[in-house]
Ligand binder design. Structure first.
Ligand code: GRF
Length: 202
């Protein structure tokens, strides 16, 4: 299963994905693309011998031309799956449609709660007892596509934002490689009614 990973920053989810690969795993990361040249994740990819590309959004006049350049680089690798791993750009409807059913994202909240930014602070301020992260198929609605897998964490009494952030991140590193593996094995897919695992609607 050819996979292209899009990043903007640290790339710890990319690292988790790289670390999950072994002979039995059909996932092949063909390229890592970043919109920021200084993204640490590029070094992680290079250390693993994976081809890297930088497409800087500020070199383009608008989102459409940026996304067109991204698509051109991605499609050289004929990916069955495109993985957003901390890619901090909003993608155009045209991009999302082009990769419909083969575009996954990870979001640090229990979707549909807390779409957008600052999710850990918002969960704490709301006095929630639970928080977590979600892997979802990307649709045109930001952070709104069908959820494939979630990790639910109980928020500790007086838990600080730093500790919570770290725990959610650690949970991301477990569920993202899992979801990618399910997809590569043909077990997880996007159907008209939503995400399906082994033929059952999630
Ligand atoms: C993660 O918190 C993810 O949920 C969000 O961006 C962050 C990426 O972290 N979409 P990393 O670059 O994988 O370390």
């Amino acid at each position: 299963c050819n996979v292209v990973v899009l990043i903007s920053g640290s790339g710890s989810n990319l690292q988790a994905l790289i670390d999950s690969l072994d002979e039995e795993n059909p996932v092949r990361i063909r390229a890592v693309v970043s919109n920021r040249a200084e993204a640490l994740g590029l070094q992680r990819a290079q250390a693993a011998g994976i081809e890297t590309h930088v497409v800087q959004h500020r070199d383009f006049a608008d989102r459409e031309s940026f996304d067109a350049a991204l698509m051109e680089i991605i499609d050289v690798h004929q990916p069955q799956l495109v993985v957003l791993a901390g890619f901090m750009r909003i993608l155009t409807p045209g991009f999302v449609r082009h990769y419909q059913g083969r575009l996954l994202n990870i979001h640090p909240s229990l979707l549909p709660k807390y779409k957008g930014l600052d999710t850990h602070r918002r969960a704490l301020e709301a006095g929630d007892h639970e928080h977590g992260c979600s892997v979802h198929f990307v649709t045109e609605e930001l952070d709104g596509g069908p959820v494939a897998v979630q990790a639910v964490l109980r928020i500790g009494a007086d838990e600080e934002i730093g500790a919570l952030t770290e725990r959610v991140h650690a949970a991301e590193h477990i569920i993202y490689p899992l979801a990618v593996r399910w997809f590569a094995d043909g077990r997880l897919r996007l159907a008209e009614q939503g995400a399906m695992l082994d033929g059952d609607l999630l």
